[in-house]
Ligand binder design. Structure first.
Ligand SMILES: Cc1cc2nc3c(=O)[nH]c(=O)nc-3n(C[C@H](O)[C@H](O)[C@H](O)COP(=O)(O)OP(=O)(O)OC[C@H]3O[C@@H](n4cnc5c(N)ncnc54)[C@H](O)[C@@H]3O)c2cc1C
Length: 322
């Protein structure tokens, strides 16, 4: 590849969560010249997760410990992880990608794997941050089992809120859906299922204005009526917030195919509609978003990149620019 260009790589990996670290490990084993650019500490959402009990091979592991293990594993196979924030990924006229960072660097490569994950939308109320991981959660599959026999609240009114409320009734004694309107946005079939579930009660026209608790964790929500502004409290052992999840895709310059919620659509090799731009993990349109799916996607993406680079070399040799 083009050795004369400063910061030239075979592949640039954006984000060092589970997907990015796994892609970096495979790229290292595949002897690719790769760089992984991460804006924070390696580990992604694992660093916001207390206990993980559904990553096969680890019956129970702390998010921080798994992040550390993944990072060490990737580094052992040569991952070069730099701390910087990617601001723009742009395909240049020569078919290579320019990846521009907040520190003013431009990294170049014929392939990029975007593993920048996404961010659950926060309520932004007092107590939310304080009790995150101590009763406040954004992932029912991940944390539901910690609340066996408890009273739970789900906040939101879209598909995710209504579907996850239904899911949580397998653990909770009761699930309150707190919604700020008088009807759901969720699809009809999901609504019907949830409303027919005897363990679900809907609290309409109320917004959560505070999450309270003790050193043990969340124990109540303060609600406000959206019409009268009257306040009330709701006793719960946990609250699951599903008011949206934003995939981190805004760094991609130019149109790239995505679904209605903004997740990137890929083919079965994880390539997006921009040739050479791959996506893996939470940033990708798919049924579920877990650590296992993130590392599965990343494995496919890293191996697909190797094959893609071989075609790029052939084309460069033949003088074709894509
Ligand atoms: C609270 C919570 C608990 C969870 N618990 C579990 C669980 O128990 N089990 C399970 O399987 N899954 C769980 N999940 C889901 C799991 O964490 C995600 O599916 C997984 O982390 C996705 O990995 P990823 O690498 O795609 O994205 P992420 O983990 O989100 O990593 C993305 C990385 O990209 C970086 N990044 C983003 N933008 C940029 C940029 N512009 N420049 C540089 N770096 C950037 C971020 O800093 C981050 O480190 C949980 C999720 C949450 C929110």
């Amino acid at each position: 590849m083009r050795e004369s260009v400063t910061n030239a790589y075979d592949v640039i990996i954006v984000g060092a969560g589970p997907a990015g670290l796994c892609a970096a490990m495979y790229a290292g084993r595949g002897m690719l010249k790769a760089v992984t650019i991460e804006r924070g500490a390696p580990g992604g959402e694992l660093l916001n997760t207390d206990l993980i009990e559904d990553y096969i091979g680890f019956a129970s592991i702390k998010g921080w410990d798994l992040a550390q293990k993944m990072s060490e594993h990737a580094t052992k196979f040569g991952a070069d992880i730099v701390t910087d924030t990617v601001e723009r990924i742009r395909k240049a006229d020569d078919g290579w990608f320019d990846v521009e960072t907040a520190r003013g660097k431009v990294y170049r490569a014929p392939a990029v794997i975007l593993t920048a994950g996404g961010t659950p939308v926060k309520l932004g109320v007092p107590g939310e941050q304080e009790y995150a991981g101590k009763g406040v959660s954004y992932c029912a599959v991940c944390d539901g089992a910690f609340f066996k026999g408890e009273l739970l609240a789900v906040v939101g009114g879209g598909d995710a809120a209504v579907e996850e409320a239904d899911y949580l009734t397998r653990y909770a004694s009761k699930v309150y859906i707190v919604h700020r309107r008088d009807r759901f946005r969720a699809s009809k079939i999901l609504q019907e299922r949830a409303l027919a579930n005897p363990k679900i009660d809907v609290i309409w026209n109320k917004r959560v204005i505070e999450i309270k608790g003790t050193e043990k964790g969340t124990d109540q929500l303060v609600l406000e009526d959206t019409a009268t502004r009257a306040r009330s409290t709701l006793k719960v052992g946990g609250v699951f917030i599903f008011i949206g999840f934003k995939p981190n895709t805004s760094v991609v310059d130019g149109h790239v195919k995505h679904d209605a919620a903004g997740y990137l659509i890929t083919d079965d090799r994880m390539m997006t509609s921009i040739p050479g731009l791959f996506a893996a993990g939470d940033v990708r349109s798919q049924l579920t978003r877990q650590i296992t799916t993130a590392v599965g996607d990343a494995t496919t993406a890293a191996i697909a990149v190797e094959k893609y680079l071989a075609t790029v070399k052939e084309r460069e040799k033949a003088g074709v620019v894509s």
